[in-house]
Design a protein around this ligand. Structure first.
Ligand SMILES: Nc1ncnc2c1ncn2[C@@H]1O[C@H](COP(=O)(O)OP(=O)(O)OP(=O)(O)O)[C@@H](O)[C@H]1O
Length: 294
């Protein structure tokens, strides 16, 4: 079952483009990545889904319910971490979190303590005295304290140090195993690759592709690097599917997409001293999608 269904969602800010005809679904139980560079439209899509802003046209459902008409009902089961968090500075952390928890029917005190423990957050501190990273942790606890069925995170890792990022990812994986669906926006591709099952790539307000991470990697280039005992004839690789050839001494490297036997036959004619065949990382795949569109 789809937890989120987005159909041709368009949001204009006056005459300026926010997002155009965005459509994709997020299935129940998956960790879904939403990637694109700054200004691509990730926050606009997320804010529209949460009814913080209204679409110009198009529609979307969450848990099968309309995002606008059923917004208050839907929100009870969503945990949201905005890209930037703002608080009343003179409250202490526990008071702020208790205040957030008061919007839900259940007692979240135990859960707040558990989460604060995992994220190493001091509940007695004043918000004003917290670093940016610690404020982000408050946002994380605030988003998860009611054990939501759907967790929506807008650029959640900015401000967290690598150790905390890891703890946070472990926490998300645990929530996912318990049944939570997660929508995770980011412009950092490695973290999406690590955590997500599928991704939607957005550029200039439009969805470029929606794919499984594994399919994205299979259908794209492989990276070849060949080392020989003598200089390799570069023209050997002037064939369809080969891109970005680079030669450095007796080493040649390139990206290839196509029938691998073609390349293997070419390599068979070389006195090979070493050979590397690697999957491109998501960053390279991403660039490829962007170039294709331009
Ligand atoms: N309140 C607003 N008024 C006018 N234009 C806006 C507003 N909010 C966003 N935009 C524009 O909409 C487009 C999409 O912005 P959005 O913030 O959704 O992108 P994003 O992918 O989340 O990027 P970032 O990671 O920088 O937040 C951008 O061109 C942005 O300038």
């Amino acid at each position: 079952m789809n937890v989120i269904e987005i159909k041709n969602l368009t949001k204009m800010y006056g005459k300026a483009r926010g997002i155009e005809n965005v459509s994709f679904n997020v299935e129940g139980g998956e960790i879904f990545g939403f990637i694109g560079p700054n200004g691509a439209g990730k926050s606009t899509t997320i804010r529209t889904l949460l009814s913080l802003i209204y679409p110009t046209s198009g529609s979307a459902t969450i848990f099968g319910k309309d995002i606008i008409t059923a917004a208050p009902e839907i929100k009870k089961d969503i945990g949201y971490l905005p890209s930037e968090v703002f608080y009343y500075d003179n409250m202490n952390v526990m008071d702020l979190l208790k205040y957030s928890a008061s919007f839900y029917k259940k007692d979240c005190t135990k859960r707040i303590k558990e989460l604060a423990d995992i994220m190493e957050l001091d509940l007695t501190k004043k918000i004003d005295d917290l670093s940016l990273g610690n404020k982000k942790k408050v946002g994380i606890v605030q988003g998860l304290l009611h054990e939501p069925k759907l967790i929506i995170l807008d650029e959640p890792t900015s401000g967290l140090d690598p150790l905390m990022q890891q703890k946070f990812f472990d926490l998300l994986e645990k929530e996912n195993k318990k049944g939570a669906t997660i929508l995770f926006s980011s412009h950092i591709l490695s973290e999406v690759q690590r955590l997500c099952d599928r991704v939607a790539i957005i550029k200039d307000g439009r969805i470029v592709t929606v794919e499984k991470i594994s399919t994205l990697k299979e259908n794209t280039y492989k990276k070849f690097k060949i080392e020989s005992n003598s200089k390799i004839d570069k023209s050997l690789f002037n064939i369809e599917g080969v891109n970005q050839i680079e030669q450095d001494g007796n080493t040649i490297s390139f990206l290839f997409r196509g029938n691998l036997n073609l390349i293997m036959k070419k390599i068979a004619g070389i006195d090979v001293s070493n050979l590397w065949v690697e999957e491109p990382d998501l960053e390279e795949i991403f660039m490829h999608y962007y170039e294709k569109e331009e």
